[in-house]
Design a protein around this ligand. Structure first.
Ligand code: DAH
Length: 368
């Protein structure tokens, strides 16, 4: 309830000024505290009991004619002051009510530290082994041309070797010459070509990255997966260097007790080509379900760089006005490629590659 408005002692100008100055101070004091905007509005602008209404009743209505004008002016100024204060309050952000203090005896909210995803960790571990041998990391595009993904790697157009890598191709490429058509790279091997075109030997690189195939997905096949490629080119590089390098890498990854062995295989870009196996880390070679009772697990493809690959590289280098640098009579090299999911599955005893992509925290937290 509003207190009554006292009668003006006098209707002269200084009395009017003084009375309204007091009211203006009152308004300012209340708006500064802004305790409750709606209560403030009602207190001043309420239709029946608002202070403005009461002031108007008490002072304006009974004012002598000559005092009406200064009174009216002051009255309007006061009204404007009130309305401006209300507008300002409406525009101000609502502040949350102050909290009632902090109970420091409560346990804090614990945020678990982030970890590398197990696939990223495996990839980094593989790469780190080769960094230790003086290799550097090279990267390439995931949308690749037919030339880098196949032709330069000695997969001629329509060659049956292409059938081993069921390829996802980009739409709308038919107008282009076949070597320029774009596809999702099916392996990291095209980065071998890109690196050799850019740089003369010696080359020692590892190439981690995503690759894509048109797979019907199952426990061991994904349409997107990850590989680490390796390439070493220099004078006098032999198959012994390949074996020694990979044997060292496998012992670093799986433990010093692991053995390696090499079987003849075929890849268009290596000659000779091999599949490398490691002794089964679950049964130490005795034979178990994981190694299908053979004692060995097939892990990666490798071989000596095919002279046809060197020839493709030098052809492009010459076309780009770079000196030919890959004469197979002078330089040799080896290459290898491995699947990151497969290695992570073996390292951690995971049965299905898809589990790594399931975003299931119960699975991922085991690696924290
Ligand atoms: N690119 C092959 C694949 O994806 C793997 C591979 C085999 C890479 C032999 C190599 C290699 O560099 O020498 O199946």
């Amino acid at each position: 309830m509003n207190e009554e408005i006292p009668q003006l002692p006098n209707y002269d100008e200084s009395s009017i000024d003084a009375a309204f100055a007091t009211l203006a101070d009152e308004v300012r004091g209340e708006t500064a505290s802004r305790a409750d905007v709606e209560a403030f509005r009602l207190r001043w602008l309420g239709r029946k009991q608002g202070r403005l209404k009461l002031i108007s009743d008490a002072w304006l209505k009974s004012a002598p004619a000559e005092a009406r004008k200064p009174l009216g002016m002051r009255f309007n100024q006061l009204k404007q002051q009130i309305e401006a204060a209300l507008e300002k309050a409406a525009a101000a952000p609502v502040r949350p009510a102050a909290k009632a203090g902090i109970d420091i005896s409560l346990p804090g909210s614990v945020r678990a530290p982030g970890i590398e995803h197990p696939l990223l960790k495996t990839m980094n571990d593989i790469v780190a082994v080769f960094h230790g041998l003086g290799y550097s990391t090279a990267l390439g595009p995931q949308v690749e041309s037919d030339f880098y993904n196949f032709e330069a790697l000695n997969f001629p157009p329509n060659h049956p070797a292409r059938d081993t890598q069921d390829t996802l191709v980009l739409a709308g490429q038919q107008e282009k010459p076949s070597r320029d058509r774009l596809l999702m790279r099916t392996h990291t091997s095209p980065v071998q070509i890109r690196t050799m075109i850019a740089e003369a030997p010696p080359i020692r690189i590892v190439v981690p990255g995503n690759v894509y195939r048109n797979e019907a997905e199952d426990a061991t096949h994904l349409a997107r997966f990850q590989q680490v490629e390796g390439l070493c080119v220099d004078t006098n590089i032999t198959f012994s260097d390949l074996k020694g390098t990979l044997d060292h890498a496998m012992k670093s990854l799986f433990g010093s007790a692991v053995k390696t062995r090499f079987f003849p295989s075929f890849f268009p870009f290596t000659e000779p080509s091999a599949d490398m196996q490691i002794s089964c880390i679950f049964c130490a070679g005795a034979g178990c379900r994981k190694c299908k009772h053979s004692g060995w697990i097939e892990l990666l493809g490798c071989g000596m760089v095919d002279p046809a690959v060197f020839a493709s590289v030098d052809e492009v280098r010459l076309a780009q006005s770079k000196p030919a640098a890959y004469d197979p009579a002078k330089v040799t090299g080896f290459a290898f490629g491995m699947g990151v999911e497969r290695i992570a599955m073996i390292l951690h005893g995971v049965a299905s590659a898809g589990t790594f992509y399931s975003n299931d925290m119960r699975f991922l937290e085991q690696f924290a």
